[in-house]
Design a protein around this ligand. Structure first.
Ligand code: 5GP
Ligand code: ZN
Length: 136
């Protein structure tokens, strides 16, 4: 499997590991978008969120607060973004991962959603709910 994150888990490519357990591996993102930018990945190779089982999700997401709190204590950020990019062109490494991005004043990061508040009718919202629930 030609996957850079699998190679990191196997130790074939070096990484700055911050956490490891039976199912999960976490290490510093090489780009350090902000101080402490960390990636959490499952040891099992899966492409993205669409391949994540509930059991794997439990294993991965239970590590998120542990590392978030460590980053908070270590670096005293003003907050933290938790991001996962899934599918091209959002995703660049096709081994599922969660970014933990501690945020600081004037850190240059632009991560905010578009605010369309007030633009849509109640009917539209109800249609969205129906479309989603039909597919759960
Ligand atoms: P994506 O764009 O798929 O959401 O995020 C992939 C992330 O993996 C990027 O933030 C990138 O910096 C990081 N990355 C890619 N290759 C390596 C590597 O070899 N080592 C580390 N530590 N991070 C990497
Ligand atoms: Zn992989």
């Amino acid at each position: 499997m030609d996957c850079i994150f699998c190679k990191i888990i196997e130790g074939k490519i070096p990484s700055y590991k911050v956490y490891e357990d039976e199912n999960v591996f976490a290490f510093l993102d090489i780009t350090q978008g902000t101080k402490g930018h960390t990636l959490i990945i499952p040891k099992e190779h899966i492409k993205n969120v669409y391949d994540l089982t509930e059991g794997m999700a439990e294993n991965i997401f239970k590590v998120v607060p542990k590392i978030a709190k460590a980053l908070k204590t270590a670096f005293n950020p003003i907050g933290i973004n938790i991001i996962s990019n899934n599918e091209k062109p959002l995703q660049s490494v096709f081994h599922f991962h969660i970014h933990l991005v501690p945020r600081y004043e004037n850190d240059g990061m632009e991560l905010s959603t578009v605010n369309n508040y007030g633009k849509f009718s109640e009917e539209y919202f109800m249609t969205l709910v129906k479309d989603i629930k039909e597919n759960l």
